[in-house]
Write a protein that binds this ligand. Structure first.
Ligand code: SAM
Length: 416
């Protein structure tokens, strides 16, 4: 049937309407007329009858197979307006139709500092490394990547060659590669234990490629160091942190800088000189460390390795940050505890922080800065703040997941 695409939806697909309701059309753009085969909610385009003037040639040879980037076919200016619109819509849905949403902060290609890649051994013994195809477990073997740092892309082919000999990889695994200040840091997860020859091979690989540490973990188990050639360190706002293997980092250094700047900007100009501040879901302290320039910070985080890394780093740097291990799902901060804070920053995982936000709203903490990687969860949580009388003081959309439908946002809330 013939369809006209009306808009691009939250997952990056075009949306068209027909008698049966809404249908999603991957790789299409607003205004395009297509002939498509429909079957349920998703349709497959058979032919483009009219193309959008905003359609551009995707830079990567793996588009559209690779699920990492679904919007490389869209002109950057139009794409940027759509992404900013996702934050405008999320806040409107939450009851803030006139929120002061800033222009989108773009991050450049080739800047992603963290990659979570799949590993697969083929029947001929070779190993493939790549991102997954969208919505499937099938890998797209990576030959190029326009979002990752070139130094990380350059490791993929030699790592695949080296892993051919890894007895600890039978069929499937994954590799998280973080680009730290000290160099690439690799965490391999595989489906069989490492052997002594495996460890020797990984140490030789690390030496050849200047990799300070390679760690390994079995299914569902904690990580252990497989090869360590040099100390691991990472600078966050000038403080030296020692991240555990696979530790959470913001997706790119420019994205991280933009989040920190927007967070500081969203705080009120005037805070008491010895203000108590909190950073919830603090990780390694990406936000706690710069936040400590504005007051004494208590940082809450559930992963023990991150808590001790932040605690040590803050101690060494003389930063006013106290790191506390706490699972905020099981044990959210309660009213009496929240009363001491002049401002609370929160950067929850993808699912958001419904219970904790309800408690923040009830405690009427005067200033909140919500850092979100999921506009849907943000809309839900912001709605609770709207109901409690908060207004939006600042809202910055940040594109640290270039060409994907994902959006990072930093939103300031104050009591009206
Ligand atoms: C989006 S990351 C943000 C980390 C940090 N703010 C940063 O910018 O690097 C979310 C963090 O929340 C932590 N986390 C997840 N669930 C949690 C929970 N229930 N309680 C406390 N922290 C949690 C994760 O370990 C992770 O460090």
């Amino acid at each position: 049937m013939e369809l006209v695409v009306e808009a691009v939806g939250a997952a990056g697909d075009g949306i068209a309407r027909h008698a049966g309701g809404q249908v999603f059309l991957p790789q299409t753009l607003p205004g395009e007329r297509v002939r498509a085969r429909t079957g349920g909610k998703r349709a497959e385009v058979e032919a483009w009858l009219e193309e959008s003037p905003e359609r551009v040639a995707p830079p990567c040879r793996h588009f559209p197979a690779c699920g990492g980037c679904v919007l490389q076919h869209w002109d950057l200016a139009a794409y940027a307006e759509w992404k900013r619109g996702r934050l405008v819509e999320a806040l409107a849905r939450a009851g803030y139709p006139d929120a002061p949403v800033a222009p989108l902060v773009m991050t450049p290609p080739a800047s992603r500092q963290r990659a979570d890649l799949g590993l697969e051994r083929l029947p001929d013994g070779s190993v493939q490394i790549g991102f997954h195809q969208r919505g499937t477990t099938a890998l797209v073997p990576m030959q190029e990547c326009h979002v990752l740092l070139p130094a990380l892309v350059a490791l993929v082919a030699p790592l695949a060659e080296a892993l051919r000999g890894l007895e600890g990889l039978r069929r499937l695994g994954s590799a998280v590669i973080n680009m730290l200040t000290s160099g690439p840091d690799i965490l391999l997860r595989t489906d069989a234990p490492l052997t002594m020859p495996d460890r020797r091979m990984l140490a030789a690989f690390a030496t050849r490629h200047g990799i300070p540490r390679i760690a390994w973990a079995g299914k569902g188990a904690g990580a252990e160091v497989a090869a360590q050639l040099a100390p691991v360190r990472h600078l966050l706002s000038g403080a030296e942190v020692v991240p555990a293997p696979g530790a959470f980092l913001q997706a790119s250094a420019p994205g991280e800088a933009a989040i920190v700047a927007a967070m500081l900007e969203a705080l009120p100009r005037k805070l008491p000189p010895r203000a108590s501040l909190a950073d919830l879901y603090a990780g390694l302290g990406t936000l706690s460390l710069p936040l400590s320039s504005r007051g004494r910070v208590t940082a809450f985080e559930s992963v023990p390795e991150a808590v001790s890394a932040l605690s040590t780093a803050a101690g060494k740097a003389g930063a006013r940050v106290k790191a506390v291990r706490r699972d905020l799902d099981r044990q959210p901060l309660l009213g009496p505890e929240l009363k001491e804070f002049a401002a609370v920053v929160l950067d929850p995982p993808y699912a958001g922080a419904a219970d904790q936000v309800a408690l923040l709203a009830r405690a009427r903490v005067p200033n909140l800065v919500y850092v979100s990687c999921n506009p849907v969860a943000l809309a839900r949580d912001a709605q609770a703040l709207r109901a409690a009388g908060y207004r939006v003081t600042a809202a910055t959309p940040i594109d640290q997941f270039l060409w994907s439908p994902h959006l990072e946002a930093v939103v300031g809330f104050g009591m009206a």
